[in-house]
Design a protein around this ligand. Structure first.
Ligand SMILES: Nc1ncnc2c1ncn2[C@@H]1O[C@H](COP(=O)(O)OP(=O)(O)O)[C@@H](O)[C@H]1O
Ligand SMILES: [Mg+2]
Length: 214
């Protein structure tokens, strides 16, 4: 479903060029779960943004279903992304934040509302629908972001440290949910995590080190 080949990405800092990814290859099959660990600053978030098609590599290519372009509506339907810093819209309540992702994908309204409600229940946010992000705890925001990533029943879920702000028990519950989806609906999962126990639960475990995935 997704194939990344020889991805190179760097950032310019003043007149210096910092190489972050130096040739990353990765293939993800339908329903597959993969974890990526790596030191802070090793480029994990950078890599996920390339895989999501929201940033472009300096060299190399990503293929989604064999195609090198991913128009926004197709991306919204195919890929769910849980960002490291959530990116909830502060003016929208929990329910509306989740629904927003369905709007982008052009999902029918009634079905999207039902799905949003169901997902908020599954991540333990029933009763928090009308809270604004500022009225949620860090862990609750994280779970709202997870519900939003799942609202379009994506075939690929990219999760950037989705348990980083959660206590152990809530974090384990989130991982259960993410891995359970793979079994239920063949949703593929790329899980960036620092938690070795969580990483061990994916079918494949990778490390990003010195710009290369192995
Ligand atoms: N937009 C950016 N501009 C400049 N440097 C960046 C940018 N995004 C990330 N970096 C740098 O790239 C490196 C990798 O960052 P990141 O992908 O966030 O790492 P990780 O998620 O593994 O902690 C870091 O050194 C970071 O400072
Ligand atoms: Mg990161």
């Amino acid at each position: 479903m997704l194939q990344a080949a020889a991805l190179v990405k760097g950032y310019r800092s003043g007149d210096r060029q910092i190489a972050v990814l130096r040739g990353v290859d990765l293939t993800i099959a339908a329903g597959e779960s993969v974890s990526i660990r790596g030191e802070s600053g090793s480029g994990k978030s950078t890599l996920l943004h390339l895989l999501a098609g929201i940033d472009t590599p300096d060299a190399g290519a990503v293929h989604w279903d064999g195609r090198t372009t991913l128009p926004v509506e197709r991306r919204a339907a195919m890929i769910g992304m849980v960002f490291q810093s959530f990116y909830l819209i502060p003016e929208l309540n929990t329910f509306e934040n989740v629904l927003m992702a369905a709007r982008v994908a052009g999902a029918p309204r009634a079905a999207a509302r039902t799905r949003a409600r169901e997902l908020l229940g599954r991540v333990g946010l029933a009763g928090r629908e009308t809270h604004l992000p500022a009225q949620l705890s860090g862990g609750e925001r994280q779970r709202a972001a997870i519900a939003r990533a799942l609202v379009n029943s994506p075939r690929l879920l990219l999760a950037d440290e989705p348990t980083g702000n959660l206590d152990e028990q809530t974090g384990a519950g989130v991982i259960d949910l993410l891995l359970g989806l793979g079994a239920e609906t063949r949703t593929a999962l790329v899980l960036v995590t620092h938690n070795a126990a969580h990483a061990a639960r994916t079918a494949r475990q990778l490390f990003l080190h010195e710009g290369v995935l192995r």
